[in-house]
Design a binder for this molecule. Structure first.
Ligand code: RIB
Ligand code: CA
Length: 317
């Protein structure tokens, strides 16, 4: 049986590839998409989510608009939300995309998540957030019972040795650290698919050649996304090839052996002057806290890109 997931996204080039992988892989049933402000302002991330859903044929699922601002902190607007981010002014600069073929669900993202999870069987849904965790925090506060009914949360965010928005913090967590702190402390299991993992998922020239060789309109769109995203990564972070962060979270749901994870105690710092937004991770039990979550550590690079290429081919057929 395919695993039902609710993707919570802030597209974002790598979010777009995560949506494509979820729609294109038979092990996943993409049950809903919810948007959140992050890479760009909410209006743009919502519009992008609808355009990508239209592009990949995810046109008969609910798509709901989520949180416009973080729970407590001010929104990050230092160029990573408005013009100048690695995702561009639109949040998904590069190839032309279709206009949305669907209407937005009238519910908020939090309400849609609650309604689906509460109507489903216990364990029926996995939540896969690939942006700031504002929507999940709101949903679990509105309806605490979802924490016991969700199978697991697989989050692209954080990291246990590096940050990318500050020395200590990864962007998705930094953008709403209070929301992340609540989500990581709740009684469900969060698998943190952080930068230590996602920086292994780089789009090398060989990978680019494989995608171009598919030779379809969709593969050309992905190739142009990687062109734009790659240029941003090279100029902002001096990385020669872009890491496709968000698709790693979907790959973890599809094939846990492709995204190896280990038990850990993980908590989000919200008080530190220099460490605000850090996902403090203990693999050893040194601090005496119980292992409450999982942290992704090792990617099977070839198997990961096989999943992406396969999804593009399936959706191109
Ligand atoms: O730090 C990487 C994360 O920030 C990814 O989800 C990317 O889309 C951006 O949102
Ligand atoms: Ca994202």
């Amino acid at each position: 049986m395919p695993q039902k997931i609710i993707l919570d996204v802030d597209p974002g080039h790598d979010d777009a590839i995560a949506i494509l992988l979820a729609q294109g892989n038979p092990e996943i049933e993409l049950a809903a998409i919810t948007s959140v402000a992050g890479n760009q302002v909410l209006e743009k991330t919502t519009y992008n989510a609808m355009r990508v859903a239209t592009l990949v044929g995810a046109t008969n699922i609910p798509i709901a608009r989520g949180a416009e601002f973080p729970l407590v902190r001010e929104q990050i607007t230092d160029g990573s939300v408005d013009a100048g981010s690695v995702h561009g002014v639109t949040g998904l600069d590069g190839p032309e995309l279709p206009e949305p073929s669907m209407e937005l669900d009238p519910r908020s993202a939090a309400q849609l998540i609650i309604d689906l999870v509460m109507a489903g069987e216990p364990g029926e849904y996995t939540l896969v957030p690939t942006g700031p965790l504002t929507n999940l925090a709101l949903a679990m506060r509105l309806e605490p019972r979802i924490v016991g009914r969700v199978k697991e949360v697989v989050h692209m965010g954080g990291g246990y040795t590096i940050g990318n928005a500050t020395a200590a913090a990864e962007f998705n967590v930094l953008a709403d650290a209070e929301a992340a702190a609540a989500v990581y402390a709740a009684d469900w299991t969060v698998t943190m698919v952080g930068l230590d993992l996602t920086h292994q998922a780089i789009a090398t020239p060989e990978v680019r050649d494989r995608i171009r060789a598919i030779g379809t309109d969709l593969s050309r769109v992905v190739d142009e996304w990687l062109d734009f995203f790659g240029a941003g990564y090279e100029s902002v972070w001096k990385m020669p090839y872009p890491p496709i962060h968000d698709a790693c979270a979907v790959a973890r749901v599809i094939a846990p052996e492709v995204v190896h994870s280990e038990e850990a105690w993980i908590a989000v710092e919200t008080k530190g002057q220099w460490t605000y937004g850090e996902t403090v991770t203990d693999f050893t039990g040194t601090g005496g806290q119980p292992f409450n979550n999982l942290a992704a550590t090792k990617l099977d690079f070839d198997a990961f890109w096989d999943l992406i290429v396969d999804a593009i081919k399936r959706l191109s057929a």
